[in-house]
Design a protein around this ligand. Structure first.
Ligand code: R5P
Length: 280
């Protein structure tokens, strides 16, 4: 069995390889002058674990080519680990005529795979779109371990992230809470935490995704205004679109941390351990 490191995830693939004692396959991945992707697996395979994101777009084609090359190299079983399942957010028809990208992506991936592992997809029911074995693992424990002993409470920026905050607080052994949003007018939203004094506290705001950073920056700003001593920002998937990191730091954040589902300088923790549990 070999691990195939897609170009979105070399660190995570290496980490998984070390954890599982499964070597990384010799693979050539390059781009033609017109930007098209070329993939070759330079050895014979019996089983393969491909680690690759479906984000941004260019990584999707690379994933399909890696799956094809793994099949051609003899892999009888292919497991695809998708640390960040891009196109996952459009998971139903919101307006008539729309494509359901999350489902379409599943249709395409399962053509050359027997198993898929997703890390904190947008919604858990996305696994139902796959007709192959589809599992989910959680990046929260690695973030919680990182912040253990460093914060007094974990705050979810909205009710949707409350379960994550609760889980992290259980590991850190601290308090948790969430921001309640009240719409004051068309353009004004009030964000407040009920029944918790934040003054003088060290807090962690935890979300599944930091995209433009708007949600996180707002949460950090509110907590600082309410007197928090330190506010840290953490997410599983750090997309950091359009200087999101600067926006969050300018709001008064002390420290930004993400996992390695999308590899960047903020990837201070790894989901390798949680992924590995689903591979043994
Ligand atoms: C929303 O459902 C997610 O949990 C995140 O809060 C959201 O995707 C963050 O987006 P942004 O960084 O653009 O505010």
């Amino acid at each position: 069995m070999k691990i195939i490191a897609g170009s979105s995830s070399p660190m995570l693939a290496k980490n998984l390889s070390e954890k599982l004692g499964i070597p990384v396959a010799d693979v050539t991945i390059k781009r033609f002058p017109d930007g098209e992707c070329y993939v070759r697996i330079n050895e014979k395979l019996d089983e393969a674990i491909i680690v690759q994101n479906t984000y941004p777009d260019k990584n999707i084609i690379e994933l399909f080519l890696l799956q094809d090359a793994a099949t051609n190299a003899g892999a009888g079983k292919i497991t695809v680990v998708i640390p960040y399942y891009g196109y996952g957010r459009q998971d139903r028809v919101f307006e008539e005529g729309e494509a359901v990208s999350s489902e379409k992506m599943a249709r395409l991936i399962e053509q050359d795979a027997e198993k898929v592992i997703l890390v904190n997809p947008h919604k858990a029911y996305i696994t139902n779109f796959f007709s192959i074995d589809a599992k989910i693992c959680d990046g929260v424990p690695s973030l919680a371990d990182y912040f253990t002993g460093k914060v007094d409470a974990v705050i979810a920026p909205d009710k949707g992230a409350l379960e994550m905050a609760k889980k992290a607080s259980g590991i850190i052994k601290c308090d948790y809470n969430y921001f309640e949003k009240t719409r004051i007018s068309g353009s004004e939203v009030k964000m407040e935490i009920k029944d918790m004094e934040v003054r003088g506290k060290k807090l962690l705001v935890l979300d599944d995704i930091i995209s433009t950073g708007g949600t996180m920056a707002k949460a950090v700003e509110m907590l600082k205004k309410q007197g928090a001593e330190e506010v840290h920002a953490a997410c599983v998937h750090g997309l950091f679109i359009n200087n999101a990191d600067e926006r969050i730091m300018n709001a008064g954040c002390s420290h930004i941390v993400s996992t390695d589902t999308i590899e960047s300088s903020y990837s201070k923790t790894s989901v390798a351990e949680e992924v590995a549990k689903l591979l043994v």
